[in-house]
Design a protein around this ligand. Structure first.
Ligand code: KG4
Ligand code: ZN
Length: 359
């Protein structure tokens, strides 16, 4: 049981925007006291992607036991919390509503303030959480790449003018024009018959591919207009094309060299575009720091390539620990801390938002 100083601010975070029901207690926006994530992967696996109706139903089943468990692990009583932070959006409305309704009811019952949090801002804070604990606070301004199953977007992040408010301001530099990178991983894995979620599976297979011959090389994608935008749907179609041109039975055998080579080349192409656009954005914004967050930031090759490419450019790259890269509620509680200090509280009208800008 962790001990908590009475003067500290204890925020319960709740996250239910997609297929993870999560709760966490975070002290002063920095120290994770407890964090519980109930994943729905098993529910959605046979469909090869998240089914929104099933997701809402699962959140309803999970929310009470998840919060109960996180409170037990924190060693705190509900009355000892200072605020409730809940994901308002972006995400699946039916799923968001479960967390929001629970959060509103709890806040009302306890007489504590409620804070609506942008899920993307949560991902940004995930980077700060463990970096600060390791004594490596990321320097701002920075370029932040949020790359997950639902998002692939580049922001410039800086502190707001008001000193000490902790408020961050964002300028969007580029985003995907079609699939998010994580979505492309999941779809490619599905079409190769390799399982769900695709990211971690392809990550391991690409590594196992070693030096097998490349069945194909994918060139960098071009996005007319904004050179910092991304596009992954053409790459997904190219994988489908190359998969279809081969002996399918052989291709679908998990460890055939062709499959491994194809997976490795797919990953190489995704990673290259994510890293090169982020470096170009850092140069354009003249910043020394790159933050990378979201489920795909757990990818081993993405991490290694960022490290390799940033060093010679005297840039510092920061990632969350792997557990905080995918959806969790510690990042939501952390993001709720600055609005808590500014007393930016929500009321019972707080509503779910399918899309929600950060800037
Ligand atoms: O952040 P997240 O949990 O949920 C969203 O906000 O979307 O990200 C989930 C996504 C999935 O598409 C999953 O395939 C991908 O992150 N992912 C990965 C890895 N681990 C999870 N993608 C590539 N490599 C990984 N190791
Ligand atoms: Zn997310």
């Amino acid at each position: 049981m962790a001990s908590v100083d009475r003067k500290e601010t204890r925020i319960l975070g709740i996250e239910s925007s997609c297929d993870e029901t999560a709760a966490a207690v975070v002290v002063d926006g920095r120290r994770v006291l407890s964090s519980v994530v109930a994943s729905q992967i098993d529910v959605h696996r046979k469909y090869g992607g998240v089914v929104p109706e099933l997701a809402s139903r699962e959140h309803l089943r999970q929310i009470v036991p998840v919060v109960r468990e996180v409170m037990e692990q924190s060693g705190l009583r509900f009355e000892e919390l200072d605020a409730i932070g809940v994901t308002q959006g972006p995400g699946l409305v039916g799923s968001l509503l479960v967390g929001i309704t629970y959060g509103k009811t709890l806040a009302k019952a306890l007489g504590k303030p409620l804070i609506g949090v942008n899920h993307l801002e949560g991902h940004v804070h995930a980077v700060f959480l463990e970096a600060v604990e390791r004594g490596e606070e990321p320097k701002l301004p920075a370029v932040c790449l949020i790359v997950s199953g639902g998002h692939t977007v580049l922001y410039e992040v800086r502190f707001a003018e008001e000193k000490g408010s902790g408020k961050l301001i964002y300028r969007r530099l580029g985003q995907t024009r079609d699939d998010a990178a994580g979505e492309a991983y999941d779809k490619v894995s599905k079409l190769l018959g390799l399982g769900y979620p695709g990211g971690p599976i392809l990550d391991r297979l690409a590594d196992a591919a070693g030096n097998v011959a490349a069945p194909v090389r994918f060139g960098p994608t071009k996005t007319r207009g904004n050179a910092l935008d991304f596009s992954f749907s053409g790459l997904k179609t190219a994988v489908l094309y190359h998969a279809g041109r081969r002996n399918f039975a052989e291709l679908l055998r998990l460890c055939s060299p062709q499959t491994l080579g194809l997976v490795r080349e797919f990953q190489r192409a995704v990673v290259r575009d994510l890293v090169e656009r982020s470096l170009a954005a850092a140069e354009e914004c003249n910043v020394e720091t790159i933050l990378v967050s979201g489920g795909v930031s757990a990818n081993s090759q993405l991490r290694a390539t960022f490290e390799e490419r940033t060093k010679p450019a005297a840039l510092k790259v920061h990632f969350p620990g792997r557990a905080l890269a995918t959806d969790n509620a510690a990042m939501i509680a952390a993001a709720a801390y600055a609005p808590y200090l500014r007393r930016e509280f929500a009321d019972v009208r707080l509503n779910a938002k399918a899309s929600m800008a950060l800037e």
